[in-house]
Design a protein around this ligand. Structure first.
Ligand SMILES: [Zn+2]
Length: 205
């Protein structure tokens, strides 16, 4: 199956990009339980093929991903599969990554960190760059859809130590952003972003 590996940190308010080979998996732990993690995936050798929430919803016919669901690329090829989820299973596929404009709307001073900047900063750390920001998979983000079609922004339902395990279906660059949102309660009512931790579980030979 898989071999365990050392835990790495995605520091609060920051991002991390990692190579994940086909067949291996990433275990992401919501260490404090309250942290939303914006997540992207790109084909390792061609970043123009990236994980698409719109196509993934089209394939799964669901708004909230369920255990076993596959997240596909804009070419509808499998990229990641949700193979474990110890949380109550509430993850968001609808909302954009937070960016500078959102924090400006909130009245924050310029320079507030954002998931969009975290994505590009993290890719740059691997020597990579893209000119756009795909819609992310917002792990642990609790955005209930109401019967009238409106949405709420609620604190995560996840608990300390909850984890998801995402298996790579092709060679990928995966990016995590520990969302810096500290104005709304989407990272918990304390509005205090926290570190999260991950490990890559290599496929056994
Ligand atoms: Zn964010």
């Amino acid at each position: 199956m898989v071999t365990n590996a050392a835990m790495e940190t995605v520091p609060a308010r920051h991002g991390k990009a990692l190579h994940v080979a086909a067949g291996s998996a990433v275990r992401l732990v919501n260490t404090q339980g309250n942290q939303v993690v914006d997540t992207w995936a790109f084909q390792r050798d061609d970043l123009s093929e990236y994980m698409s929430m719109a196509h993934s919803r089209s394939v799964s016919s669901r708004i909230y991903p369920a255990l076993g669901d596959i997240f596909v690329s804009i070419r509808r090829r499998p990229m990641l599969r949700l193979v474990e989820d110890s949380s109550p299973g509430r993850h968001d596929t609808l909302l954009c990554a937070c960016n500078a404009a959102i924090y400006e709307e909130h009245g924050c001073a310029p320079g507030h960190r954002s998931c969009q900047n975290n994505l590009h900063e993290a890719l740059a750390a691997l020597g990579l760059a893209i000119s756009w920001t795909p819609a992310p998979l917002n792990l642990f983000m609790n955005i209930p859809v109401q019967p009238d079609g409106s949405i709420l922004r609620e604190p995560p339902l996840s608990r300390p130590g909850d984890h998801v395990l995402l298996r790579a279906e092709m060679d990928l660059v995966v990016v995590f952003s520990a969302c810096p949102q500290d104005i709304t309660p989407i990272n918990g009512t304390s509005r205090t972003p926290q570190d999260v931790h991950y490990s890559i579980l290599a496929a056994d030979a």
